[in-house]
Design a protein around this ligand. Structure first.
Ligand code: ADP
Length: 323
């Protein structure tokens, strides 16, 4: 394989840049020409593909976002769109593609490989940590630390005013950020989609903590919690309890940006190097994963057919520690 390409697709995550840097430099180190595709699959269809060099990725290791930009592309979900994309790649003599993104992007990569025999290798890049087959995805650690810092700051004001804060963090289908940032920030309660939220029981817990002398409390809510968003839950708590002076803070998209942590950078560079070496060794239809601190490969389908869930015992531990 003499020419490969790399793209970022779907939701962005901090650490995509160090992953791009590792892909480009590993390719260059192995004497392989490497091309960057702008705006994910849309750029593939449009032919927004340019050769990169070791120097094109200088000075990006500490930047959030992705220098290649990212996009969502409906056309790529059709066989015609994927045929156009494959023709663009073949026209440039590109035989292999590294896709940095989430499970949606992997479905596209899987189809491109199955239908068009373009060798594809995925790298998990999403803040949600919800890709099956890998213990960690690039961007989760950074987003988690951003959420924790937000919780720490809100705790200062909550404590000063003897208030209850409901802090909404990202995670439409996954409670990873909520659970880990809640534990790290010492939250009094953590509401995540993996556990059924019972608001009267939550009120009872808050009362019990109040009886034990807590004058301010933090409730972390994943945006996809089954009981609704943080505003809905805070309103219901205020409606049925004596806790009227509640505040809501939605941390939002700040969790997607920012300087990637050392953990995410090292994960990104290990996965980026492994993706290129997998392609050069003839692999396709696989994603790079981290299992027990080892970098390995798994079929792309594991991303959507299996689940990376946090240890359910963490929920019990979080309750133990909020006495
Ligand atoms: P993520 O990769 O972060 O999960 P999306 O689910 O938005 O993000 O997927 C990114 C892109 O991948 C989509 O815009 C589309 O181009 C492509 N894609 C997603 N699902 C499929 C699918 N089932 N078949 C083909 N392409 C897909």
């Amino acid at each position: 394989m003499k020419r490969i390409a790399v793209l970022t697709s779907g939701g962005d995550s901090p650490g995509m840049n160090p992953a791009i840097r590792a892909v480009v430099r590993t390719a260059v180190a192995h004497g392989v020409e490497v091309f960057g595709v702008q705006r994910g699959y849309q750029g593939l269809i449009d032919g927004a593909i340019e050769e990169m060099s070791a120097r094109s990725v200088s000075g990006i290791i500490h930047h959030g976002g992705t220098i290649l930009r990212t996009a969502r592309c409906k056309e790529f979900m059709t066989a015609e769109g994927r045929t156009k994309a494959a023709e663009r790649l073949r026209g440039l003599g590109i035989e292999g593609l590294v896709v940095i993104g989430g499970d949606g992007s992997y479905r596209g990569a899987y189809d491109l490989w199955e239908e068009q025999q373009i060798a594809c290798v995925g790298i998990p890049g999403t803040i949600d940590n919800d890709i099956g087959g890998t213990e960690y995805t690039i961007g989760f650690d950074t987003a988690l630390n951003t959420a924790m810092e937000g919780i720490d700051r809100l705790r200062d004001t909550a404590a000063s005013h003897d208030r209850i804060f409901f802090v909404e963090v990202m995670g439409r289908h996954s409670g990873f950020i909520a659970m880990y940032s809640g534990l790290a920030g010492g939250a009094e309660a953590i509401l995540a989609p993996e556990n059924v939220t019972n608001i009267p029981a939550l009120v009872e817990d808050l009362r019990e903590m109040s009886r034990r002398g807590k004058t301010s409390m933090i409730v972390v809510v994943a945006e996809g919690d089954d009981a609704g968003n943080a505003f809905t839950i805070a309103d219901k708590v205020a409606e049925i309890s004596e806790f009227k002076d509640v505040r809501v803070s939605v941390l939002g998209h700040v969790q997607r940006g920012g300087t990637p942590t050392a953990f995410d950078r090292v994960l990104a560079l290990r996965m980026g190097a492994a993706a290129v070496e997998a392609l050069l060794a003839g692999a396709s239809g696989v994603m790079i994963v981290m299992e027990n601190n080892h970098i390995g490969q798994r079929p792309l389908q594991d991303a959507w057919n299996t689940c990376n869930c946090y240890d359910p015992d963490l929920f019990r531990v979080s309750r133990l520690l909020s006495v």
